[in-house]
Design a protein around this ligand. Structure first.
Ligand SMILES: [Zn+2]
Length: 288
C-alpha cells in the first residue's frame, strides 16, 4: 500500500526529553521518509547542567546576576548544540528552540499562543509530548509542558488574528510513557487508570538512540546514565511489548479501524516458543 508520509512533532520540556522518551521512534519515522521535527520548550540551562547545577552546588557564593546570566546563556548554547548533534544521528532535521526559562515554567497565554502558531505552520498529524499529569501535575515541568501542548492543540484548531495559517487538528497524541503509569501488558493491567498502552519496538535503532543520548554530555546523560536509562526504562517497555527495547506511550484518542487491528509484532510472537521470547528480551546493548 502506498504510504503517505506522516508529519510528526515531538515536544519536550528540556533538551534531553525528546531523545530519551522518543529517540528510537523518531529514528524509525525519519528513516521511513516521514517528516519528523522536535520542539525544545525551555533552554534547560539549570537542568542537571555540569556548570550551573553541579558546580554551583558546592560553591560558597554564586556569581552576581549579570555574570550568571551570561553563563546560563553560554550553557544554553552548549545544550542546543548537543541537541543538534543528537538530531543528526536520528535523522531529525527541524528543531524549534523556544528558549523558555526553566526556572518557573507556567502555562501562560504567550507560551500557548506561540506553540499554537507553530502547530498551524508545521501541521503535524501526530504529536508526541509529556503526560500532562506527570508527577505532582502542579510544578513538574514535564506535566506543565504537556498542559501547554494540550492548550496549544486546542487553540491551533481555531484562527488567531495575526496568524495567516488556517486552523489545524492532529490525528493522535501519544504522551511519553512514564513510570507512574502501569505498563499495559494486556487488558487486566488497565483496571483503575491510564496505562502505557502503545509500544514501539526500537531494538533495531537502540544503538542510534544510545549515540544520540551520548551527545547530551552537559546534562550528564552521556555514558553510564544513557545505558542505565535504556536498560531500565526501554527495557521494561520492551518486555511489556515482547521486544528487547521499546518506547512506551499513552495514547490520547480512541482509535477507529475498518478491520480489527493486529500488529506484526503480535503475530510474530504467536510463532515463538517460550525460550525464543526470552531470548528476544535478553538482547543487550554493549557495555561502554
Ligand atoms: Zn525533562
Amino acid at each position: 500500500m502506498e504510504h503517505k508520509p506522516l508529519r510528526i512533532l515531538s515536544i519536550g520540556a528540556h533538551p534531553a526529553d525528546v531523545f530519551d522518551q522518543s529517540g528510537g521512534t523518531m529514528a524509525h519515522h525519519a528513516a521511513r521518509g516521514d517528516y519528523v521535527a522536535c520542539v525544545v520548550l525551555t533552554h534547560g540551562a539549570r537542568v542537571h547542567d555540569t556548570v550551573i547545577s553541579d558546580e554551583m552546588q558546592h560553591r560558597s557564593e554564586i556569581p552576581e546576576a549579570a555574570e550568571l546570566q551570561k553563563l546560563m546563556a553560554e550553557r544554553s548554547d552548549v545544550k542546543a548544540n548537543e541537541v543538534r548533534q543528537a538530531c543528526k544521528i536520528l535523522g531529525v532535521t527541524d528543531i524549534f528552540f523556544f528558549g523558555e526559562d526553566d526556572a518557573v515554567l507556567l502555562v501562560t497565554e504567550a507560551a500557548v499562543k506561540r506553540l499554537a502558531k507553530l502547530l498551524r505552520e508545521v501541521r503535524p498529524d501526530i504529536v508526541l509530548t509529556h503526560f500532562p499529569k506527570e508527577g505532582d501535575t502542579l510544578t513538574n515541568p514535564h506535566a506543565i509542558t504537556g498542559q501547554i501542548v494540550m492548550h496549544a492543540l486546542q487553540h491551533a484548531g481555531s484562527v488567531d488574528p495575526g496568524d495567516r495559517n488556517p486552523p489545524t487538528r492532529v490525528a493522535q497524541v501519544f504522551f511519553f510513557g512514564q513510570g507512574a503509569a502501569t505498563i499495559r501488558y494486556n487488558l487486566w493491567s488497565s483496571e483503575g487508570g491510564y496505562t502505557n498502552d502503545v509500544f514501539v519496538d526500537i531494538t533495531d535503532v537502540v544503538d542510534k538512540k544510545l549515540a544520540a543520548i551520548d551527545c547530551l554530555v552537559s546534562q550528564g546523560y552521556g555514558g553510564a546514565y544513557a545505558r542505565k536509562r535504556i536498560e531500565t526504562s526501554d527495557g521494561a517497555f520492551g518486555t511489556a511489548g515482547g521486544s528487547a527495547y521499546g518506547e512506551g506511550f499513552i495514547s490520547l484518542n480512541a482509535e477507529t479501524h475498518y478491520y480489527l487491528p493486529v500488529t506484526e509484532a503480535a503475530l510474530t510472537r504467536t510463532r515463538l516458543s517460550d525460550h525464543e521470547i526470552m531470548n528476544r528480551y535478553s538482547y543487550r546493548i554493549k557495555a561502554e
